[in-house]
Design a protein around this ligand. Structure first.
Ligand code: CMC
Length: 430
């Protein structure tokens, strides 16, 4: 007799019934393996391209309620973190599982501030790229290259090595990102300034020119810090999953995070903020918005920055970013020609049955590009701007994976659809 927390399955091919335990709202895919038509049958598998309904791990890092538009890190709502915290404190929270006390935070900030320099050889690596190389490609290669500079990081069971890798990655990714940017403009690299905040130093490494000391506008430094908090982690998204899949082979953390950078690069993930700005530029003016939306509804294109696999409501991150757009425009004394188009797009889409019935709302990328543009950050850098703070999330996910007793190497199954037992054909007969 099946207990309350079980699922009864009848296999109509054989007439046999099975009881499968339900725990935490899931059934174990392996419990289905017993469902067979004969002894030599492999057993039933689940088929889930894109993992749309498969939990691949237990995680205590980030909670999302997509229907309610809720995002929490270690239980703390994103709204509170954006209002009261800093990016480095959130990074500590994600990686260590709790808010730091005063001393812990001071030590953490000190450690990260004092590991921002990169080996001079990395500069030479950067110098090998074409002048127009995409900064995300440069970031991807240089993050991977870090594993060769810190070979001890391969000792992933050593807590000290894990800690140093976390510190080094969070500290050095902004430097690599800024160097990639300066390289793409043919500008000299700007070394980190340890007297500035994390986001202030990043602005300095991007924008310092001939002035002896770069003084970041505190409004921009704060807005950037909030953007960093908003992008820090987002549970099992494409890049976090890539980090976990690569990390499950027990590769070193730099290589695992490199896999995350690669996942983020794509236009359906971190590249969407670029696609949004290009879309707004293509639309060109507010009066073209209805025609553009008609094209989306006819399936000719996607409304970039809209829709999400998990959020079926307004992405809470988009709401917070929207609040900062005007502030940044004011600080930079700029007028964004694209903001008006974005606002009109959002208004019309939220009023249109096509989008509302599919639960398509603005996501984090809809307005972030406008802020980056107002800060004078070129479009090609947008995804890099996402990668910088997401590094802490990747490390948190990687650390959790290594501490998970159920962790095994990621190795999905497939439904084989190809040919079988065909003979090799010699070249002259093809
Ligand atoms: N514009 C128009 N239609 C859309 C969009 C969109 N942006 N997104 C989804 N749809 C439609 C889709 O055509 C489908 O309609 P139908 O049922 O008639 O076939 C329905 O909505 C469901 O879409 P889906 O592609 O099955 O949804 P998904 O969960 O596989 O995709 C997504 C999620 C984010 C990839 C997708 O919404 C998308 O491509 N959005 C635009 C790109 C974007 O903004 N990405 C950033 C995501 S947030 C930041 C991050 O995590 O990286």
């Amino acid at each position: 007799m099946a207990g309350d927390n079980s699922l009864s399955i009848t296999d109509n091919r054989t007439g046999r019934s099975y009881d499968v335990e339900i725990k935490d709202g899931t059934v174990r895919a392996m419990d289905l393996r017993q469902v067979k038509t004969s002894d030599d049958d492999f057993g039933l598998m689940t088929y889930d391209p894109g993992f749309t309904n498969t939990a691949a791990c237990r995680s205590a890092v980030t909670y999302i309620d997509g229907d309610a538009g809720v995002l929490e890190h270690r239980g703390i709502p994103i709204e509170q973190l954006c209002e009261k915290s800093t990016y480095l404190e959130v990074a500590y929270l994600l990686v260590n599982g709790h808010l730091p006390d005063k001393t812990q935070l001071e030590n953490w900030v000190y450690e990260i501030t004092h590991h921002t320099y990169i080996h001079e050889n990395i500069k030479e690596l950067m110098g090998g790229f074409w002048h127009d190389a995409h900064p995300m490609g440069m970031l991807l290669s240089s993050v991977g290259a870090l594993s060769t500079f810190y070979p001890n990081a391969a000792n992933i069971d050593d807590p000290e090595q894990r800690y140093m890798a976390a510190v080094r990655l969070i500290a050095k990714v902004p430097t690599l990102a800024a160097f990639a940017y300066r390289r793409s403009l043919g500008l000299p690299y700007v070394y980190p300034d340890n007297d500035l905040s994390y986001s202030g130093n990043f602005l300095s490494m991007l924008f310092k020119m001939a002035e002896p000391r770069y003084e970041p506008d505190p409004r921009l430094a704060r807005a950037l810090d909030v953007l960093f908090i908003l992008h820090a982690d987002h549970e099992q998204n494409c890049s976090a999953a890539a980090v976990r899949v690569a990390g499950s082979s027990r590769v070193d953390p730099y290589s695992a995070v490199g896999a995350g950078v690669a996942g983020l690069y794509g236009p359906l993930h971190g590249g969407a903020n670029v696609a949004v700005l290009r879309m707004l530029q293509r639309i060109g003016s507010v009066d073209k918005v209805p025609e553009f939306l008609e094209g989306v509804k006819q399936g000719n294109e996607r409304l970039m920055g809209f829709g999400h696999r998990v959020y079926k409501n307004y992405d809470p991150r988009a709401r917070i970013i929207r609040q900062h757009v005007d502030e940044v425009l004011e600080a930079t004394s700029r007028d964004s020609p694209w903001l008006e188009i974005a606002v009109e797009l959002e208004k019309r889409a939220l009023d249109d049955e096509y989008f509302t019935s599919r639960k398509l709302y603005p996501n984090v990328d809809f307005y972030s590009g406008l802020i980056y543009e107002a800060m004078n950050i070129p479009t090609d850098m947008f995804t890099v701007m996402f990668a910088v703070p997401r590094t802490s999330g990747w490390i948190a996910q990687w650390t959790e994976l290594l501490n998970d007793e159920e962790m095994r190497i990621a190795r999905p199954r497939q439904i084989y659809t190809g040919a079988r037992n065909t003979d090799y054909v010699p070249m002259e007969k093809r």
